[in-house]
Design a protein around this ligand. Sequence first.
Ligand code: AHR
Length: 670
Amino acid sequence: MLIKKQFNNLLFLKIYLFILASTINFAQTKIIVNLDELGSYIDPNIYGQFSEHLGSCIYGGIWVGEDSEIPNTNGFRNDVIEALKKLEVPVLRWPGGCFADEYHWMDGIGPKNERPSMMNTNWGGVIEDNSFGTHEFLNLCEMIGAEAYISANVGSGTVEEFANWIQYTTSESGNPMAELRRKNGREKPWNVKYWGIGNESWGCGGRMRPSYYADLTRVYSTYAKNYAGNQVYKIASGPNSYDTVWTDQVMEIAGKVINGIGLHYYTNNSRTAADFDEIGWFSVIQKTLEMDKLIQMHSKVMDKHDPTKNVALIVDEWGTWHNVEPGTNPSFLYQQNTMRDAVVAASNLNIFHKYTDRVRMTNIAQMVNVLQAMILTDNEKMLLTPTYHVFEMYKVHKGAINLPLELKTSNYTVGDESIPSVNATASINSNGIVHISLCNVDPNNNDEVKIDLEKFINGKISGRVLTSEEMNALNSFDEPQNVEPKTFTDFRFTDNNITVNLPAKSIVVLKLEGELNSNIGSAIKVNNPQPKLTYDYYKKSLMVLPNFSDLEIVSEGLIDQIKLPEPNDGSDFAVKYSGLIKIPQNGFYNFYSKSDDGTKLYIDGKLLVINDGRHAPMETQGFATLKKGFHKIEVEFFQAGGGLEIAVSIEGPGMEKQEIPAEMLYHESK
Ligand code: AHR
C-alpha cells in the first residue's frame, strides 16, 4: 500500500516536472571569445557625457553657486561631483545641444554680477544669467578629471568668436584673449582638445543644407588654431539618425579638415519612463538596437571618403527620450530612469565596442536631470539611476582591447517581432584581465549562457549583476537604492567553459583573472643580446616618414633609450632605432609614442603605433599581447623644424606607464 502511494507520488512529480519544463522557455546563448585575434582599442571616450544649459542639468544639478545651502565646493554640488569622480567621466560635452548655437561665450566670463542675461529660447524661455560659463565648465572638467568638449556656436555666432574662444582657453600669452583670461583669474591655459563646429546644423543649429554646412566647416576649421601644445580635435555636426546624405556631403567636402563627425540618435518614446507594459519594454529596446545598423550605414559612407579611418564617428547625443515626468516643465526634459534604461545603456555600449575602429567617442544625453541621466537631484537630494550603475559597472572596459565574439542567441519575441535575447561584449585590459559583459533583454526568462574560453587558463572569476523584479523598477528619492549592482555568483567554470545562469532583464559583468594561452606574441630566439639599441641617422627635409631604405645613412651608433641622438642637427633629420625589447612576463602591453614630429613603432615587424606627419608634440598608442622573452623593436622618427621631442613608453602587467627603460633594450651582436 505504502509502496503504491510512493509510486503514485513519484509519477505525479514526473508529470508535474514534464509540464513545467514544457511551459518554461529555457533560452540558451553560446559565446566564443576569440583570444587569438585582438580587436581594437576601446577609447575611454566612448563613455563620454553631455551637459547642456537645459532644465536643471547645469543649474541645480551640477552648479548651485557658492552661497547655496546645498553642500558645495566653489559652487559645484559635492554629492554630484563625488558621484561623477567615481564614474571616471572621460570627456564632457557642453554647452549644448541646441543651446550652443545661441550661446555667446563672452557673456559667460568675468565678474558674475556684470555678466549679461539671455533668454534660453530652446528650453522653456527661461532666463540664463550666465553664472555658469567657460571658467566654471573647465574647472568642472578639471575637478572630475574629464577632457572638455566645447560645442561652438556656428548658427548665430561668428568665426571670430570661435577663434577667440580657442585662444582664450588654450593660449599661453602674448595675445589679448590670454590677457583677458588672466584678468579673469586664470593664469595658465586649460587643455581643450575637443571642439564641435556647431550642433545639429541641419536643425536647431541653423537648418543648413549639408553642402553649405560643409563649406562653413572648412572655414571654421581653418581658424581653429593650436596654441601652447594644445592640439585641436575638430568635430563636425553630423547626421540626424538615418541621414546618410548629410554624412556623405560633409565627408566629401570637409572630410579632410575634421577629426570627427557627430551622429545623433535618440530612442524616442511617447510615454513616461516608468509607464509601460511588455510591449513598451520591447519596442524601446528594439528601437535602441537600431544603433548598430546606423553605425554600419554611416561607417560605410565614411569608408568611401576615408578608407584609412582617420575621421572618427562620434555619437555625441544618444539615449532614451521619454515623455517628461508629470508635473514637470515639458521643456526641461526631466525623466525617470528604470531597469529598461539600464538595458538600453548596456546594449548601446555593447554595440559601440563592436565598432571601436570608427567610433571613438560617444556622449550620452545627458549627465544630470535631463533625458537618460546618470544622476537625478531634487534640491538637496540626489540619486544614482540604473543607467549610472551600468556606466559604473562597464568602466572596466575603458581603455581595454575589444575581444571579438561569436554570439548565438535565441530570440525574444513579442507579437510578430523578435530581437536577440542576449547581447554581449568582452575586452582584455593591460593587466591581462578579461571582462565579459552580458545583457539579457528578455524580461521573463533566464538565459543559460555558455562561454567558450579555450585559450584562457587558471581562471578565477567574479561577477556583478544589475537586475530587478519589475521591468519598471527605478530609484526614487524615497528609495534611492532600489536598483543597484550586487555580487553575482550564479555561474560554473569548467574546462575553459563558463556556464552563466543569466537572470531575466539583467546586466552581468564577469571579471576573469588568469593566463592567456594563445599563439600570438611568441618571443624570438636571440643568440647574443647586448645592451642598447642601434640607431641610424639621416639628414633630410621631410613632411612624413620616408622609406628609410631610399635614404643614405649619415651616421650610426648605439643608444641606451629611444632619445634624440647627440649631437643632432636640431632641424630636418630622421632617425631609425632598431633592436630588441626584453619582455619580463607574458601579458598585454600598451606602447605610446609622443613625438614632435612624426614617429612609427613596430614590434616584431608589426606596425603598432602610428604618429606620423608634421605636428606639435602628440601622443598616440598601440597594443600587443607579448610572451616573456625577446621581441624585435623598431622606431622611426623625423624632425622638421620647430619643436623637437621623442618619448616612447610602455605599460604592462605590473608595470606603470614609463619610458621604455634602458634595461629592457638590447641589440643582437653579430
Ligand atoms: O539633448 C537635447 C537636445 O536634443 C539637444 O539640445 C539637441 O542637440 C538635440 O536635438
